[in-house]
Design a protein around this ligand. Structure first.
Ligand code: COA
Ligand code: MG
Length: 290
């Protein structure tokens, strides 16, 4: 799966920001038709995105378009326009039911068939950001095999449950954990919330590290300055990689010697710790390390 340590948004009508994004070495570039684009700019944004995808070199960055939500009324124009622009990936925000995932995937499949494109080639990511979405997570996460990741939207979620956002984000902890769990159970990537205060690098680092420790694969970002710190937080450190390799090696040796659990530097190692070490190495490889 494509690494998604950082997913950078910009308003779809802002060509300058799209150009800037292609110079940053960010894992995912998400050109937005939804809330980042003013209501009266939707048509212009569709055209700007299409032209940018024709003209710009995105390097290895994933080329994503976020359409408006299913049921907003915009989706009937957004989705065909987005598909005609030939992105790697469609992002659907505010998903609340499995039917919305299935409907979107079927529309994409129809398009692929009509245009002779490889079936299942266009990737699908969804935003989970309402109370109803969280309640329906298990059906949503297993609704369609095109789905690769679920993106948690904290601001919309807080609004949907009537919570006030706080620095430690305790009010969204349940939903974040629910998204991670649903993703883990279905081999999807979980992408964490935006850190809105984009000039506060220290706060961003703390929140990104917390997200990585909770099990998220990446985080949404809204400003170029957030890309580096976030991609670093979601890349295993050199020390973590060395340690994970030692766990894997020593585990095999101990298994052969007939020991399921053993002591490594004063810590007990057994099967769950091996699995954890393998996850670390998998993430390191996805990030081009190890
Ligand atoms: N993507 C790409 N480039 C961006 C960017 C983004 N999200 N945000 C800022 N930049 C660029 C600016 O264009 C500017 O480039 P320049 O020096 O070539 O002119 C540079 O980075 C510095 O920007 P800065 O002046 O610090 O920020 P700003 O005042 O222009 O923009 C925001 C601040 C918050 C409006 C802007 O970051 C933004 O639009 N973010 C994305 C919002 C969005 O898409 N929301 C919906 C999804 S949550
Ligand atoms: Mg939102």
């Amino acid at each position: 799966m494509h690494p998604r340590r950082a997913l950078l948004y910009m308003p779809g009508d802002d060509r300058r920001k799209i150009e800037k994004a292609t110079t940053l070495g960010v894992d995912c570039i998400c050109m937005d038709l939804e809330d980042g684009t003013a209501l009266r700019k939707k048509a212009e944004a569709r055209a700007v995105i299409a032209q940018a995808l024709r003209e710009l070199d995105f390097g290895t960055s994933e080329r994503c378009i976020r359409i408006n939500s299913i049921g907003s009324g915009f989706e009937h124009e957004d989705l065909p326009a987005a598909l005609n622009a030939r992105p790697d990936t469609i992002v659907v925000p505010k998903v609340e039911t499995a039917d919305q995932v299935i409907w979107t995937s079927q529309q994409i499949e129809k398009y692929e068939l009509e245009h002779g494109l490889p079936l299942g080639g266009v990737r699908l990511l969804i935003g989970l950001e309402t109370a109803r979405g969280v309640l329906n997570l298990s059906e949503i996460a297993s609704a369609d095999k095109r789905l690769e990741a679920i993106i948690f939207g904290a601001e919309d979620y807080a609004a949907s449950i009537g919570a006030t956002r706080t620095k430690d984000s305790i009010e969204v902890l349940y939903a974040r954990s629910a998204v991670i769990t649903a993703c883990a159970a279905n081999d999807l990537q979980a992408i964490d919330m935006v850190y809105i205060d984009f000039r506060d690098t220290e706060g961003l680092q703390v929140e990104a590290q917390q997200g990585a420790a909770m099990g998220f694969a990446g985080k949404q970002v809204i400003h170029p300055a957030q890309v580096g710190p976030v991609q670093q937080a979601f890349t295993p450190s050199d020390d973590a990689i060395v340690y994970a390799k030692r766990v894997v090696e020593t585990f095999q040796a101990n298994q052969q010697a007939g020991k399921g659990a053993y002591d490594l530097d004063g810590k007990m190692i057994d099967m769950p710790l091996l699995k954890n070490a393998e996850k670390v190495l998998e993430r390191a490889r996805a990030a081009g390390k190890a």
